[in-house]
Write a protein that binds this ligand. Structure first.
Ligand SMILES: C[S@@+](CC[C@H](N)C(=O)[O-])C[C@H]1O[C@@H](n2cnc3c(N)ncnc32)[C@H](O)[C@@H]1O
Length: 243
């Protein structure tokens, strides 16, 4: 490649952190399966350590704030025991926060990684919380049409190949009841740490615009805010009642 175009290549944080060391790259490969449906985490316990570190040891509080961003819609208030689906739930940080905020709801976490789902289940058993966790992908949710009052994605949308994100959001529309809500939590593109984290992978650097993606999927009343000052943002939207 000629020198000129090489200098245009973006440098991703992942390359900066792992690119020069074969050992470190091997460690990354052990942690994450870069499969066709997305980057699937394997190292569940290590993921919890990293996630706890990024949230400065306040992971529960951070995810409680994320869960609080889900608007109390008439549908959610009218059906407090309705189904809330956490897509790409990982070890369940947002699922547990949703269960704390909506104690009567049925929370279902879905993730392709058997290791992440296994750890989420064992954490739920340890905490004595009645949640369901299943393996599956965002692109093909094993949830009936219009069965859910809310669908959430926390740091998972960017793990999908860019070309699959519309299909995943289409699945969210399919499983939501009319008037149901979507909540997306992602690295905050303007937060100092969030913007650095959003460079950790070339695919995210293809700029995941959540507002645009939700609009394109047909969600209305799209709003956004900050979960934390520097790291995470939230986006919400509603499925039109007449859909
Ligand atoms: C950064 S983790 C976030 C986990 C959790 N939601 C949290 O906030 O801690 C991203 C998760 O997306 C999952 N993932 C990867 N591909 C996916 C897919 N196609 N469908 C759903 N989840 C996927 C990964 O296995 C991983 O657990």
């Amino acid at each position: 490649m000629p020198g000129g175009s090489q200098s245009q290549r973006p440098v991703y944080l992942r390359d900066m952190m792992f690119g020069k060391s074969e050992g470190a790259r091997g460690m990354l490969e052990k942690m994450v399966d870069q499969g066709e449906t997305g980057d699937t985490f394997r190292a569940a316990r290590l993921y919890d350590v990293l996630s706890g570190t990024l949230t400065l040891g306040r992971r529960d509080q951070v995810f409680d704030r994320a869960a609080a961003a889900l608007p109390s819609t008439p549908l959610l208030s009218a059906t407090p025991s309705g189904l809330i689906v956490d897509v790409g739930c990982g070890t369940g940080a947002l699922s547990f926060a949703l269960a704390r905020r909506f104690p009567d709801a049925g929370v279902l976490g879905i993730d392709p990684s058997a290791e992440m789902v296994g750890r989420a289940r064992s954490q739920a058993a340890k905490k004595g919380i009645d949640l369901s966790f299943e393996t599956g992908t965002a692109q093909s949710l094993a949830v009936d049409d219009e069965a859910a009052v809310a669908v959430c994605f926390s740091l998972s949308l960017h793990h999908l190949p860019a070309a699959d994100r519309p299909a995943a959001l289409g699945e969210a529309v399919r499983v939501l009841r009319p008037g149901g809500s979507i909540l997306v939590v992602e690295f905050d593109p303007v937060g100092r740490i969030g913007s650095a984290m959003s460079m950790h992978d070339g695919d995210i650097a293809e700029k995941l615009s959540v507002t645009e993606a939700l609009g394109d999927a047909g969600f209305r009343s799209v709003e956004q805010g900050r979960v934390t000052n520097r790291l995470l943002g939230w986006w919400t939207g509603r499925k039109l009642a007449c859909d």
